[in-house]
Design a protein around this ligand. Sequence first.
Ligand SMILES: Nc1ncnc2c1ncn2[C@@H]1O[C@H](COP(=O)(O)OP(=O)(O)O)[C@@H](O)[C@H]1O
Ligand SMILES: [Mg+2]
Length: 373
Amino acid sequence: MIYRPIYPPSILGVMGSGQLGRMFTHSAAKLGYQVHCYSPIFDSPTKYAGATEFVGKYTDLNKLGEFLDSVDALTFEFENIPEEALLFIEEYIETEGLRVFPSPKVIRISNNRETEKNFFRKIGIPVTNFLSLQGKFTDINKLSDIKFPAILKTNQFGYDGKGQRKYSTREEFLTDLISITNFDHILEEEVPFDIEISVIGARFPNGKIVTYPASKNIHKNHILDLTIHPANISEKLKKEAEEHTKNLLEKIDYIGVLGLEFFLKDDLLLGNEFAPRPHNSGHFTMDSANFSQFDLQVLCLTGIVDDLSLKTFPSVMKNMVGDEFFKEKETLKKLIENSEYYIHLYQKKEVISGRKMGHINYLGEFKDNLFLF
Ligand SMILES: Nc1ncnc2c1ncn2[C@@H]1O[C@H](COP(=O)(O)OP(=O)(O)O)[C@@H](O)[C@H]1O
Ligand SMILES: [Mg+2]
């Protein structure tokens, strides 16, 4: 299929209105596009970046229709969207010829852990051993295939470790199991990984693929804390992670930007999950790459270029979670003054524990105590 380029000034739509939509809006505005966003939230981070806000439930198809009528193309910054809304968007693709990248088909795969992991397997990305649990679980023998500790994960709507529970032993799991009658979960073996890494990749409408080198990710309380770019792993492993990402982009017929997470154990890369949008671990690209992941999201959606060459520099991204950096006004001042730090705040109205309030990009190699002020 040949896609015509969508030149500025056109209107780019984004489902969701959080910080990812905000950073998408900044990139779109640089090239002279207007952004419209859709979500149930008023006065969102995306609106404050200059987007026109359409507010409605994802299942309010009248409101959603008004929004879709107003845009020249559509992308996602939030993918946990009900099936009803995805079907409605698909109707728009068919009847109105609306451009939607990535496609609802891809969103469906990424929204369900089991479907996602089965897809990884099918295309040759190894995954950790897991068991599918649906409805009432009766066949206890199946548990013998799973080594404990294991993690019970909801198939849908999980993020930042939400919807997950770890069981150290089979007995512990069986005790809990009795109370659950409506499983839509996987039970996944815990991987004693050495490190976690991720690759951000993008595929243009003409099929050309670009990837940034892999980064290393460190989580705190199940929330991404640090991304160190590039990951300090062998060239062979870096190449393998990029090949897996390219393979996924191609086989799923993806257009747009995605982030693919891996566990690395010894020399084995295991695919964990992918996000069908720019990924938190790709925020370093805003200050240490020639094109940021949000620039790529705009360029892939509009197709005004077909290919480009990416350059990145060593950097470290630190998430600002909860009130960590807001207790002392001095801290912000110090960060802004220091020329090695780039600060990005998301303009969220309330500081809540565990909420991502912003991030800091440090230009240079990782060292200890980088973010102690
Ligand atoms: N099977 C596993 N083995 C070890 N750690 C895991 C496993 N699954 C998840 N984790 C840890 O929990 C984090 C969040 O889990 P993930 O599956 O990525 O869900 P989400 O990011 O959607 O909450 C991972 O980045 C990893 O640190
Ligand atoms: Mg994850």
